[in-house]
Design a protein around this ligand. Structure first.
Ligand code: SF4
Length: 242
């Protein structure tokens, strides 16, 4: 049997600990209780640039107005705008409406209101790399990686603190790591992806990295370097014997 490299062992431990933490600490959000592709799509578009706490009420209201992709496709643009009213970034609502019309006109795939393949999802209006991965993983439980700003921050701090994730090469490296971290099954991938998003929102945030309460601090290069720096500083402070 092929032995795992040190990197692979660390990556596997990172994902396992992350998923264990999520099962204990993940928030109970409405879009995490469904695998309905349409509902997942609505939540993902609403969550772009908007906080979870704001999205919850709008998500319920929008789905109450348009419970299915077909009903959304048949709606008048003014009705869609009204249901989105207050959430801002209306281009998202326009894209969602256009997507619903395109998909229903083209005829959905058998048993799939939306494609499950990220490459096909990316061709739809308003669907970028992150959202394609999110729909494939959260609706269809496919082994698909996803990277948004929060996920990129976590992966950079944990695995490649010296990489600049705003450059094209840095982005490619972060996506490569996201792919390498995926667990073996689609179901475990669902949990892994939710967990890394949750960690970026609650623990490893843009403002502060709460390494002392982080479930993956032992696998994290940034936390390990700070621990090492702390140890060096305390050795320098302790009195030396002559
Ligand atoms: S240990 Fe700290 S820097 Fe590393 S992922 Fe956790 S919170 Fe972020």
């Amino acid at each position: 049997m092929k032995r795992k490299s040190k990197d692979q062992t660390r990556q596997a431990a990172f994902s396992r600990r992350l998923r264990e933490w999520y099962r204990r600490s993940g928030r109970d959000l409405p879009w995490r209780k469904t695998r309905d592709p349409y509902r997942v799509l609505v939540s993902e578009l609403m969550l772009q640039q908007t906080q979870v706490s704001r999205v919850i009420a709008y998500y319920d209201r929008f789905l109450h107005c348009f419970p299915t992709l077909t009903q959304l496709a048949r709606a008048h643009p003014a009705q869609v705008r009204e249901a989105w009213q207050g959430l801002g970034y209306y281009a998202r609502a326009r894209n969602l409406h256009r997507l619903a019309r395109d998909v229903t006109q083209q005829g959905a795939l058998p048993n799939e209101p939306l494609p499950s393949d990220p490459r096909l999802l990316r061709k739809l209006p308003g669907i970028g790399d992150y959202t394609a991965g999110a729909i494939a993983s959260f609706a269809y439980e496919r082994r698909a990686e996803l990277v948004d700003t929060n996920v990129a921050r976590v992966l950079r701090r944990a695995f490649v603190p010296d990489v600049d994730d705003r450059t094209a090469a840095g982005k490619r490296e972060i996506w490569r790591i996201a792919r390498a971290l995926l667990p073996r099954t689609g179901r475990a991938t669902w949990t892994h992806n939710q967990a890394i998003i949750e960690l970026g929102a609650l623990v490893c945030t843009a403002r502060v990295a709460r390494c002392a309460e982080c479930p993956v601090s032992r696998q994290c290069l940034t936390a390990n370097s700070s621990r090492e720096a702390g140890r060096r500083a305390s050795r320098l402070r302790s009195p030396t014997r002559s």
